[in-house]
Design a protein around this ligand. Structure first.
Ligand code: HEM
Length: 419
């Protein structure tokens, strides 16, 4: 991350006029917008992003971080709103956007981490100075409970349903829900953590983090030619997914189209987040045959039962009736397809000598009612994997369309009438 102050107008005296800590953001970032704006022609997949350490375009028809090739690390945060002042909340969204625009370009927030007024806390916390943009993407989502606030009741999309309780759910309220969320993905964990920390700092008094999750070891691939990563059960995960280059499938299954619901969501998507704990110790004592039967794929190659290669078409009938892949495959679900973008997590131990580890499942879809819900109904009732996992956290968010240009901001289509 470069630590240059791109904004020549950020003199201490000017800043002093605005006030203390963080208040200089709006000005600094507005000026910086031009410097960092990168057109992405309405597509999340920027060629620069393929280069390790590069920047992913922030502006576009869709938010980055959905179809973008999956980065190595995650810091996901769900926030609760603490203000009932709509104008103040909108100001925060604008400040967040300005900060996100800068951080995704590898620039520090506002006037930077040093060099400003000595009596004020710096605008940026500083730990990402000298680090590359690391393909950081920041993706915002609005939870169902946000629509009970700020007079937004009529704007709540019908597709933003409260998720039903599924068999086997053991949800912890402290890891569930949230008025809004930010998904930070980057190849460098410090860059992702820096981004969430600085957004939380800017939001102080207006929002507070309700829960958060760090993730590593992506469990999905959104690039067709990349090696499929393995999950903590040791299996390749993400073999059959929607690739960021599959424009037609993204359009059909991921992006909200005109007429799907309220206009403000056109170009957006819906996100389901589930913290799924794995009973790692039980799994590790399970025979290889049973492990392979559970998924319906072999451990070494990731090939479907009865096939030789990972990407061979699965022959579902050759799998056990309760095999995960057989149950989750579109052919068993009237064609239902979701974009999975999950990460592994290990949050220490649970006090009983077991790892608190699993999969932080993230799935994007055009409509949750024709995506996660029917899929999870089937899986929660029949999946052989259920013996080894437990869903312990859950949230759903409406993810608005992308920020178009330097003058645009997160949530404008929802909060601004001229949208
Ligand atoms: C800890 C929990 C889970 C683990 C370890 C897991 C693991 C896997 C693995 C190893 C595969 C096969 C490779 C692949 O095609 O990616 C797979 C496929 C899949 N999983 Fe999961 N999964 C989990 C939870 C879920 C949940 C909650 C859903 C949706 C509600 C889901 C939906 C799918 C789908 C749609 C496929 C692709 C099926 C196909 O098209 O062949 N998974 N999963």
């Amino acid at each position: 991350m470069t630590d240059t102050h791109t904004n020549g107008s950020s003199s201490p005296s000017r800043r002093a006029l605005i006030g203390w800590g963080g208040a200089g953001l709006a000005l600094g970032a507005a000026a910086a917008g031009g410097a960092v704006a990168m057109a992405n022609a309405g597509n999340d997949v920027d060629p620069v992003a393929a280069e390790a350490g590069g920047a992913v375009a922030f502006h576009g028809a869709h938010q980055a971080g959905i179809a973008t090739p999956v980065q190595d690390r995650l810091h996901f945060a769900a926030f609760d709103v603490k203000t009932d002042d709509r104008a103040e909340f909108v100001r925060m969204l604008k400040d967040w956007t300005a900060a996100a625009r800068r951080m995704t370009a590898g620039e520090p927030v506002g006037e930077g981490a040093y060099g400003g007024l000595a009596e004020a806390p710096p605008d940026d916390t500083g730990e990402a100075l000298g680090l590359k943009p690391s393909r950081l993407t920041l993706t915002i989502g609005f939870g169902p409970s946000l629509f009970d606030k700020f007079g937004l009741r009529d704007e709540r999309p019908a597709a933003l349903v409260d998720l039903p309780k599924f068999p086997g759910d053991n949800l912890d309220g402290a890891r569930t829900g949230g008025d809004l969320c930010v998904q930070a993905c980057a190849d460098d964990p410090q860059v992702a953590v820096h981004a969430i920390r600085n957004l939380a700092r800017i939001g102080f008094g207006k929002v507070a983090i309700r829960w958060s999750q760090l993730g590593f070891g992506k469990t999905s691939s959104t690039t067709p030619d990349a090696q499929t990563p393995r999950n903590l059960m040791g299996f390749k995960d993400g073999t059959r997914n929607i690739a960021g280059t599959e424009t037609d499938r993204l359009k059909k299954f991921v992006w909200v189209a005109d007429g799907d619901g309220p206009r403000w969501m056109t170009g957006g998507s819906y996100l389901v987040a589930r913290r799924i704990r794995m009973n790692i110790e039980t799994w590790d004592r399970t025979s290889l045959q049973e492990q392979e039967d559970v998924f319906g794929r072999d451990k070494r190659e990731g090939a479907p039962v009865g096939r030789a290669k990972e990407h061979d078409k699965p022959f579902l009938k050759a799998m056990k009736p309760d095999a995960h892949v057989r149950l989750a495959h579109p052919d068993s679900n009237d064609g239902i397809t979701i974009l999975r973008r999950g990460y592994s997590f290990t949050d220490g131990t649970d006090g009983l000598g077991r790892l608190d580890a699993g999969l932080f499942f993230l799935a994007y879809q055009r409509d949750v009612r024709q995506g996660f819900i029917p899929l999870q109904r089937r899986l929660s009732a029949h999946d052989a994997l259920n013996e080894y996992i437990q869903h312990v956290g859950s949230a759903v968010f409406a993810v608005p369309p992308g920020v178009r240009d330097a003058g645009d901001w997160w949530g404008r289509t929802l909060f601004s009438k001229e949208a």
